[in-house]
Design a protein around this ligand. Sequence first.
Ligand SMILES: O=C(CO)[C@H](O)[C@H](O)COP(=O)(O)O
Ligand SMILES: [Fe+2]
Length: 223
Amino acid sequence: MNQPLIAPSLLAADFANLQRDVEMVNESEADYLHIDIMDGVFVPNISFGFPVLEAVRRYCRKPLDVHLMIVQPERYLEAFAEAGAAVIHVHYEACTHLHRTLTRIRELGCRAGVVLNPHTPISGLEDVMEVIDVVLIMSVNPGFGGQSFIEHTYRKTARLKNMLATGGSSAMIEIDGGVSVDNAARLTEAGADILVAGSSVFKAPDPAVAIRELKEGRLPLVA
Ligand SMILES: O=C(CO)[C@H](O)[C@H](O)COP(=O)(O)O
Ligand SMILES: [Fe+2]
């Protein structure tokens, strides 16, 4: 089994110590820094916007994996590319012209990610596969960190892996929400390539160790 790439989610960082937490990510075995942008319309929460993203970018040496939980994300693609996003994820549910939006993300020099809410079937991606670099499966309902992992994600991941292989797509599979050492190994086994982890990293006694354990798929100790 390949080791997954790990994307700690800034949403769970200490916002009064952002530079310290970004430095921790720099020094760790993390592969990306995941950035959650919430607009209070697409999701019932507001996170942060460009000033914070630009400040983080100044210190962060990992590629930025930007998750847009906003309506009409096509209006802001240039701005997020300019702000340093390596990957831009747009929600399937927020895009009227998904093919056009994903194509535009690639034209801007970023990797194109599409996000599926827990209720959204994978079948809607069949006709846009050729313009997708990453499919991000939400394993919680988007809008908040620290929620419980939804169990159907294992089956959904395995089905998506199969659909991508059948369609000849090399898109990666990313999982976001409630990821911890309790489910990391099983998600990787099901076909996940990238794991986003907020609370299980930043609330851990040693976040860098938590990142390593997610990567290694260490099974939780049974009490
Ligand atoms: O997109 C998100 C929420 O909408 C976050 O990336 C996700 O919730 C990560 O936080 P945690 O690991 O604490 O669940
Ligand atoms: Fe996210």
